[in-house]
Design a protein around this ligand. Sequence first.
Ligand code: GLN
Length: 477
Amino acid sequence: MKMQSAWEIAEGVRKGSISAVEIVEEFFERIEKHDKEIRAFITVSKDSAIQQAKEIEKKRREKKLGRLAGVPIAVKDNICTRGIETTCASKILKGYIPPYDATAVRMLKEEGAVIIGKTNLDEFGMGSSTEFSAFFATKNPRNLNHVPGGSSGGSAAAVAKGLSAVALGTDTGGSIRCPSAFCGVVGVKPTYGLVSRYGLIAYANTLEQIGPIANNVIDAALLLSCIAGHDPHDSTSIGENKDYTKFNSSAKKLKIGVPRQYFGEGTQKAVSDAVWRAIKKLEGEGAEVEEIDLKSVGYALASYYIIAMSEASSNLARYDGLRYGFQDSSGARDWSTLFSKDRKAGFGFEVKKRIMLGTFALSAGYFDAYYLKAQKVRNLIIQDFQRAFKKFDVLMGPTMPTTAFKLGEKTVDPLAMYMSDCDTVPANLAGIPAASIPCGSSNGLPIGLQIMATPFEEGKMLNVAKTLEDILGVYAE
Ligand code: GLN
């Protein structure tokens, strides 16, 4: 199927060759036809979307259209959308209707994007397959017996199936890149601080970023250009705001480092072959390629899970049943009983496990042995990346060690599920930008290549992504 790209839609709407209302209706028709099977959406916001599209038509007459005029966009359901239920795929937030838009959502709306719905995820972003949603699992549109990846599985599946032109995901330890790799689309985790986290419901706040999922590099760059920048509501956000769509595609003299640790045990041969084939093509175009060692990356997964769970245990303490969503007040006489009842019934198994492990890692007797040590490892990882980027423009490797696994294959083995994040978590620990782009397939399942760059070098990273996309072509079903 030929996908309609976001930039083409926006251009058509601006020129008047495409009607915003018609294009939005077209996407809803596809959702009605395919989403029963894929289950990418938790909530579909048809009425407000048509209303938004009508307003865009009106603005066209006044010639005041933005860079995303009429572009249908799906938003991961852990990002607040004013007036549209936002659940984090958790029972505890069922029924929560935010009174405000996340900054990224507000910026997209200001550019004319139309919010068509909220997509499924692993509860609070905790997972790599979207099977830990409290509501239902999403399926991989490339093969319905396989997972779409996670935790932004709904967003990636919606884009891959053409149910939305583009989508927002969030990436704490790979949740944009993993499903993008598994579904054969482009996903970008920005540098920590490039995009405001205001309105992103926190899982592990020192690791996560909102970012684009798209069918091609130009759309991802366009979306990123619209959401980057400082926000007074998020003191960790930085005033960088470039137009990332100005490409200057060439591999000449590009210095690429390929860390051996990204091809470690558990990496499927088909994955490493496809990634190397793509890297060799860049070499053929004049890039300089060198294999390197990033030793500390071997400890990234252990460090990530300690830090992520510790932060989760603190961030999720706010769900007491009094302020938001779900409440199980039957028979509760005091605050402590109410708190326990709500959390027992409101959180799923994986979330409860992580809160307990995180609380343990932060507790007085174990803080030094676990949390502090994990932070020290994080520092080593940052230093390793800094050293590597003195020599190389970008680093490359697989996004995921395998192609999409089967539904149910890893839900019973939590370690196997965690291990699948080994190549994505280092970028979150170091705060660097990382993108996944399709570079081939095995048995009909897409393979993602990961490109990493130094902080705030999204421009350089996307240039390389575009060069590769030009060589390899856009992944088509
Ligand atoms: N799979 C990782 C986790 O479970 C990453 C999730 C994410 O990036 N939100 O923590």
